[in-house]
Design a protein around this ligand. Structure first.
Ligand SMILES: *Cc1c(COP(=O)(O)O)cnc(C)c1O
Length: 421
């Protein structure tokens, strides 16, 4: 459920007509709903109620500071994967004890920054990283709280590019190697073991792979405790999928996910952390664009938008589907015709949808891409020297630009000519 609905024939974000924002900030732009962000965060809070837990929002899915502030004010922790994300969370006012640091390639500088400014835990992904982290922490006179990310070798049955829990994936350590690495961790001066971490992939539409992974984590937890390690926290990662079409997709509900967690891990007396990104931010955002041309080709028509693959790369990168709907509601009886919906970038990959049934639209009309909040703005680039598009946050009948469109001068003046030219 989200808060982008037609009212009086116009698509609104909560109580604000999108035509109003478009007239004010220009297209294309991203628009996020505070009510939807709040609702989705609360679903996880409710799903884990009764268990000691912390919901850590995956910052990489949507990292605007204003969004982080909304979630942090609700009590969210943050899962970050770089010093930049750590600093964004910090700028949004999130205390270090609510920040977990994930990622396979943390540098010494990143480790030191987080240790100095406060960190809940590092999710360590290799023995090599563990040794470096111990060294950095000891050098600062600190100990680093860690979980080890284990790779349970389960197939999340999701898109190739976002499956992370199979043995051929680069993430975590094989679960069979975990006990030896925990034994080493216990000997390292700069390390304090606090738990176990797992994350098997993104956009999972079935609970079975999660349950298979969590069952292995439960067994590992018992083994590690028997060997004298303190395992007081399990970080279960993110990955719960969302419906991208409003027709037949029904991914599991957070409530069922929470019930499964309680069933599989409830008797271990551990604190549970989860790291949802997409389920909180995905359907809380849309991308609004204008039609530039309706181009009639041979046997196929193209709807050419002012948004392109550099603004929303998911269709080009993952073959992802986004519902694309007119901002001015089509008459119920209006004829739908198949069109290819494309952007202006000079690549055939700059195609959002092929032969999509759309109502009649003409130049200047507005369309909205649904479910664009997660992995949308954060993956955008300035390819073709197209300025990054603005982000707007709505709350009730108010809206604010939370990232402005840069001017062409700002963009171009980042280039510097060397002295010899
Ligand atoms: C990407 C990622 C997440 C968030 O995944 P979603 O599918 O957006 O919920 C959580 N944890 C880690 C370690 C990740 O890499």
């Amino acid at each position: 459920m989200d808060h982008f609905l037609y009212r009086d024939g116009k698509l609104h974000a909560e109580d604000v007509p999108l035509t109003e924002i478009a007239a004010d900030v220009g297209t294309p732009f991203y628009c996020y709903s505070t009510a939807t962000l709040t609702r989705h965060f609360q679903l996880f809070q409710d799903a884990l109620a009764g268990m000691d837990h912390l919901v850590c929002f995956a910052v990489k899915s949507l990292s605007n500071q204003a969004v982080l502030r909304v979630l942090s004010d609700l009590g969210a922790g943050m899962d970050v994967v770089s010093e930049g994300e750590y600093r964004r969370a910090q700028a949004a006012g999130v205390p270090g004890e609510r920040i977990v640091f994930s990622g396979v390639g943390k540098t010494r500088e990143e480790m030191a920054y987080a240790l100095i400014h406060g960190i809940r835990q590092f999710n360590v992904e290799s023995a090599e990283e563990l040794r470096v982290l111990s060294d950095v922490a000891a050098g600062l006179g600190k100990t680093a709280p860690i979980t080890l990310r284990v790779n349970p070798d389960v197939d999340a049955k999701t898109h190739e590019k976002i499956a992370t829990g199979r043995k051929e994936d680069k993430f975590g350590v094989p679960i069979s190697a975990a006990r030896a690495i925990y034994a080493e961790a216990a000997t390292l001066p700069g390390i304090e073991v606090v738990g176990v971490d797992v994350h098997i992939g993104s956009q999972l539409t079935d609970l079975a792979p999660f349950e298979a992974a969590f069952t292995k984590i439960a067994d590992l937890t018992r083994d590690l405790r028997a060997e004298g390690h303190v395992i007081r926290r399990l970080d279960l990662g993110g990955g719960l999928g969302i419906p991208y079409t409003r027709s037949n997709e029904t991914p599991p509900l957070p409530m069922d996910y929470g019930a499964m967690i309680k069933r599989v891990l409830g008797d271990l007396d551990v604190e549970i952390e989860i790291e949802p990104g997409r389920l909180i931010s995905g359907n809380a955002g849309i991308l609004v664009a204008s039609v530039i041309y309706l181009k009639q080709g041979e046997g196929r028509d193209f709807l050419i938008l002012d948004a392109a693959m550099n603004d929303l790369i998911r269709p080009a990168m993952y073959g992802a589907h986004h519902d694309i709907i007119p901002v001015i509601e089509a008459q119920a009886a209006s004829l739908q015709r198949p069109v290819d919906i494309v952007g202006p970038v000079c690549e055939s990959g700059d195609t959002f949808a092929k032969q999509r049934a759309m109502p009649a639209l003409c130049a200047g009309d507005l369309v909205a891409f649904r479910s664009a909040g997660a992995y949308g703005a954060v993956m955008s680039s300035e390819y073709n020297t197209r300025p990054l598009i603005p982000e707007v946050l709505v709350q009730g009948d108010q809206y604010a630009v939370i990232r402005a469109r840069p001017s062409f001068d700002e963009m171009i003046n980042r280039d510097k000519l060397p002295a010899w030219l």
